[in-house]
Design a protein around this ligand. Structure first.
Ligand SMILES: Nc1ncnc2c1ncn2[C@@H]1O[C@H](COP(=O)(O)OP(=O)(O)OP(=O)(O)O)[C@@H](O)[C@H]1O
Ligand SMILES: [Mg+2]
Length: 575
C-alpha cells in the first residue's frame, strides 16, 4: 500500500519525501553527535584538561546551527511532498468525477465524496508526508545507532534487544484480539450517531406527537452501550500496550545490569557503558512509537481504500474510435431503462426526433420526461437498446463532442456562487463580454441584470439564492444562447412562474428554438401547441404521439391534460 500511495505522487513529491527523510535523519544524528561532544567536554573537565574546551564549544555552536538548517529543510520538504500527494489525489478524483454517469451521484455518495476530498486526502497527506518522514528517519537512525552499539560491544547489544521480540509478539496478539472489540465499538458508535441524526432531524415531529421521551430513552441506552464497549476497548488496549512497554523496559534494565557486571569485570569501559545507557534511547525510539505507527497505518489504509473506491468505480465508457456526426436527428431504438433501486421503469421506447424539428415531451409528473433527456446526454446509460444521433450510437461519439452539440436548460437550474457574468459564461468560456450581453438580451434577462446595482458583477448566492425561479431559468437560457449548439434540450420548470416571467421565458425559448433541433419538456401545453411532434408519456411509456390537433382528436391522455389545464386557466382567471 505504501508504494501504491507513493505511486500517486509526482516525482517531485517522492523526491521531497526522500529529502525530508534524509534531513530528519541527519538532524537526529547531529543530536547524537552533540551528546558525544558534551560527554567529551565532561571528560575534559573531570581530567582538568582545558585546552580542547574552546574547540568543543565551537563544535557545539556549529552543530546547533546545522541542526536548525537541517530541520528547516526537512520541514519544508515534508510540506512540499504532502502538498504534491494531496494535489495529485484530488486531481485524479476530480477528473474521475466528471467521467461518472449521474447514477453515481446519489445523496450518500455526495456525502462520501466530500468526506474523501476533505478528510481522507488530508489524512493521506498528513500521514504519508508528515508522519512517514519522521518514522522512516527514526527507523534509519535506530539502525545506524543500533549497528554502532553492536559494533562497540555485541553482548551489550544483545542485552539491549533481549526482550523486544517477546514484546512485539505480545503486541501482535494484543492487536489481533482487540479487532473484534474495536468492530463492536465502531458499530455502537455508528448506531448512536445515526440515532442522534434521526433525533435531530425529526425533533419537531417527535415533539408534536409527544414521542420524544421514548426516543430519548433509546438514545440514552445507545450512549451507555457505546460507553461500555469503548471502556472494554480501552482496557484491552491499555493491557497489551502496558505489557509491551514493560518488555521494552526489561530489555533496557537487563542491558544496564549486564553492562554494570561487564564494567566490574573490565570487559567494558565506563565511557562505553554510558554511551549504551544514553544512546539505547535513540535505538528504542521507533519501538516506543510502534503503536502510533500502527494506528496511522490503519487510518491511512482506510482513507486510501475510500479514495480507491471512488477511483475504481466504473465510468461512462469512452470509445477509442469516436465517430464524427454530420447529421443531428435523434433516434431511440427499443430502449429499456430503470434507475438504480427504483421502481420506475421505461420499457421499449422508440422515438424519432428529426433534425431541425421541435419535439415536445409531455405527461404527468414522474412519467419519465426528464429521464429521456438524461439518456440523450448519457447522464445515465440504458439497460437495453440504443440511442442514435445522425445514425451513430451515442456511445460511439466522443463524449465531449456529444455534449458540445447539445445545450440544456434544466428543470433545476444549477447556478454557482459567482457573479452573474461568470454564471452566464459557463455556456462558453471563450465568449467575449459583448457576446455575454447579447445572449442575456436574447434570453430577456439583460434588463433585469442592469436593474441590479452591480449589474453583471452581482454576486449570486449558492444555487442562485436571490433570484426567482423564472429569472434563474432565463439565465440558463442565456447560457444556451451563448453555447449556440445545434440541439437544445429545454426542461420547463414544474412550479408556476408569474405570468410576466412566463411570457418572457416563452419569448426567449421561441427565439432559441429557431433553426435548431429542440426537445422541450413542457408542463404548460399552451406553449407547445405548435410543436412538430408531441410525445405523451405515462408511467415510463409513450402512450400517444402526434401534433396538437391529431392528439386532441384522439381524445386520450393529451386531451385530458389539455382540458384540465384549460379549465384550471379559466378557474384561475375567474378567481
Ligand atoms: N436520479 C434518480 N434516481 C432514482 N429515481 C429517479 C431519479 N430521477 C428520477 N427518478 C424517478 O424516475 C421517475 C421518472 O422521473 P422523471 O424525472 O423522468 O419524471 P418527469 O416526467 O420529468 O417528472 P416531472 O414532470 O415532475 O419533472 C420518477 O418516478 C422519479 O422518482
Ligand atoms: Mg422532469
Amino acid at each position: 500500500m505504501i508504494s501504491n500511495i507513493l505511486g500517486y505522487t509526482t516525482k517531485k513529491g517522492k523526491g521531497m519525501l526522500i529529502v525530508s527523510i534524509i534531513f530528519f535523519t541527519l538532524k537526529s544524528l547531529l543530536n547524537a553527535a552533540m551528546t558525544i561532544v558534551i560527554l567529551n567536554m565532561i571528560q575534559n573537565i573531570v581530567s582538568r584538561e582545558m585546552n580542547d574546551l574552546l574547540k568543543y564549544w565551537l563544535l557545539l555552536i556549529a552543530i546547533i546551527i546545522l541542526k536548525g538548517i537541517f530541520n528547516t529543510i526537512a520541514d519544508l520538504a515534508k510540506h512540499l511532498s504532502g502538498f504534491e500527494i494531496a494535489a495529485k489525489i484530488r486531481e485524479k478524483v476530480v477528473v474521475r468525477l466528471k467521467q461518472f454517469s449521474l447514477g453515481f451521484y446519489n445523496k450518500e455518495r455526495l456525502g462520501e465524496i466530500s468526506t474523501i476530498i476533505h478528510k481522507d486526502v488530508d489524512n493521506i497527506e498528513m500521514i504519508t508526508a508528515h508522519m512517514w518522514s519522521r518514522m522512516f528517519s527514526d527507523i534509519i537512525v535506530a539502525f545506524i545507532i543500533g549497528g554502532t552499539l553492536f559494533s562497540i560491544n555485541w553482548k551489550m547489544g544483545l542485552a539491549m534487544v533481549s526482550f523486544i521480540p517477546l514484546g512485539i509478539l505480545l503486541l501482535i496478539f494484543g492487536i489481533k484480539s482487540t479487532t473484534k472489540v474495536e468492530k463492536e465499538t465502531q458499530d455502537d458508535l455508528a448506531e448512536m450517531v445515526s440515532l442522534f441524526v434521526e433525533y435531530t432531524k425529526g425533533i419537531t415531529l417527535l415533539k408534536a406527537f409527544n414521542k420524544s421521551e421514548t426516543f430519548e430513552n433509546k438514545l440514552k441506552s445507545s450512549t451507555v452501550k457505546f460507553g461500555e464497549s469503548s471502556k472494554k476497548l480501552s482496557k484491552s488496549v491499555a493491557k497489551y500496550l502496558g505489557e509491551y512497554f514493560v518488555f521494552l523496559e526489561i530489555s533496557f534494565a537487563i542491558m544496564a545490569i549486564v553492562g554494570a557486571i561487564m564494567v566490574f569485570y573490565n570487559q567494558l569501559t565506563i565511557p562505553n557503558y554510558i554511551i549504551f545507557i544514553i544512546f539505547s534511547k535513540e535505538f528504542y525510539n521507533p519501538f516506543n512509537n510502534i503503536e502510533s505507527y500502527w494506528l496511522n497505518y490503519i487510518k491511512v489504509k482506510d482513507s486510501y481504500g475510500r479514495v480507491m473506491g471512488v477511483l475504481n468505480t466504473p465510468i461512462i465508457e469512452t470509445t477509442s474510435n469516436p465517430v464524427k456526426i454530420s447529421k443531428l436527428d435523434i433516434e431511440f431504438n427499443n430502449v429499456d431503462f430503470s434507475y438504480e433501486e427504483d421502481e420506475f421503469q421505461m420499457k421499449d421506447i422508440n422515438l424519432g426526433i428529426e433534425e431541425g424539428s421541435m419535439v415536445a415531451l409531455v405527461g404527468p409528473s414522474g412519467s419519465g420526461k426528464t429521464t429521456i433527456t438524461n439518456l440523450i446526454l448519457r447522464f445515465y446509460e440504458p439497460q437495453r437498446g440504443t440511442i442514435n444521433i445522425g445514425g451513430v450510437d451515442i456511445k460511439d461519439i466522443d463524449y465531449d463532442d456529444l455534449l458540445s452539440n447539445i445545450s440544456i436548460v434544466m428543470q433545476n437550474v444549477v447556478l454557482f456562487s459567482d457573479t452573474i457574468y461568470d454564471n452566464i459564461k459557463v455556456g462558453n468560456n471563450t465568449a467575449t463580454k459583448e457576446e455575454v450581453i447579447k445572449a442575456a438580451k436574447k434570453a430577456m434577462i439583460h434588463d433585469f441584470i442592469m436593474s441590479l446595482p452591480e449589474g453583471y458583477d452581482t454576486k449570486l448566492g449558492e444555487n442562485g439564492v436571490g433570484l426567482s425561479g423564472g429569472q434563474k431559468q432565463r439565465l440558463s437560457i442565456a447560457r444556451a444562447f451563448l453555447k449556440d449548439s445545434p440541439i437544445v434540450i429545454l426542461d420547463e420548470m414544474t412550479s408556476n412562474v408569474d405570468p410576466i416571467n412566463e411570457r418572457k421565458i416563452q419569448k426567449a425559448i421561441s427565439k432559441l428554438a429557431k433553426n435548431r433541433t429542440v426537445i422541450v419538456v413542457a408542463h404548460h401545453l399552451k406553449s407547445i401547441k405548435n410543436a412538430d411532434k408531441i410525445v405523451v408519456f405515462e408511467k415510463g411509456k409513450i402512450v400517444e404521439v402526434g401534433n396538437h390537433n391529431d392528439l386532441l382528436e384522439k381524445s386520450g391522455l393529451y386531451k385530458e391534460l389539455w382540458d384540465a389545464q384549460k379549465n384550471a386557466h379559466i378557474c384561475h382567471l375567474s378567481a
